[in-house]
Design a protein around this ligand. Structure first.
Ligand code: VGL
Ligand code: ZN
Length: 197
């Protein structure tokens, strides 16, 4: 029985000064680095969009960032352009330790967004992370990173549904918190059986 730390999207664009900055996003870097050695495995995720990605408001004429649109797979928040493959914004925060075991990239299909580290937003296209964890006999997961109410939330809920024992260290996460999304995310995670502390 092994325990993995999953570090979600601690990338420049989600930190102050970035394209989709999460307030205080950089505050969690040093304390995340400090806990890495206490886990059997460390996995980092990286939001990794092609230019012109369908989750960008700029790809939808007449739409502004943070508005909603309907996609074939359901409702989707439209974001400022962020985490474009190969750009500085998509790189990890320069102080984040990246000597972990696996880096999993997501959101690289133009037509579909992917908040979760397990499934894209159609809730069926897998990223491959489940198979990796099972192969390594990892059953316990601790999640930290950005943003609490989007990628951390979706990853934690999917992980719990898949049967993993999931804890979210909310002190090592920061939220976008648009229109009550943080409260809703905490509720969704608790309902799914995720431990919050
Ligand atoms: C995220 C919005 C868009 C996240 C990624 O990492 O929470 N949020 N892409
Ligand atoms: Zn994104």
């Amino acid at each position: 029985m092994s325990h993995a730390l999953i570090v979600i999207d601690v990338q420049n664009d989600f930190c102050p000064g970035g394209a989709l900055a999460v307030p205080g996003g950089d505050e969690i870097v040093a304390p995340i680095n400090a806990i890495m050695d206490g886990f059997d495995a460390v996995i980092l995720t990286q939001d990794w969009h092609p230019a012109g990605h369908s989750s960008f408001a700029s790809a939808h004429p007449g739409k502004a960032p943070f508005e909603l649109t309907e996609m074939p797979y359901g409702s989707q928040v439209l974001w400022p352009d962020h985490c474009v493959q190969g750009t500085k914004g998509a790189a990890f925060h320069p102080d984040l330790r990246t000597d972990g075991d696996l880096i999993i990239r997501k959101g690289f299909r133009s037509a579909i967004d992917s908040y979760s580290a397990f499934f894209e937003n159609d809730q069926s296209t897998p990223t491959g992370l489940k198979g990796y964890l099972e192969t390594r006999e990892i059953t316990q997961l601790t999640l930290v990173g950005l943003a609490t109410d989007f990628c951390v939330n979706f990853s934690a809920v999917d992980a719990a549904r898949l049967g993993f024992d999931v804890t979210v260290r909310t002190d090592l996460c920061r939220a976008i918190d648009m229109e009550g999304s943080l409260r809703a995310a905490e509720e969704a995670m608790r309902t799914a059986g995720v431990k919050l502390n």
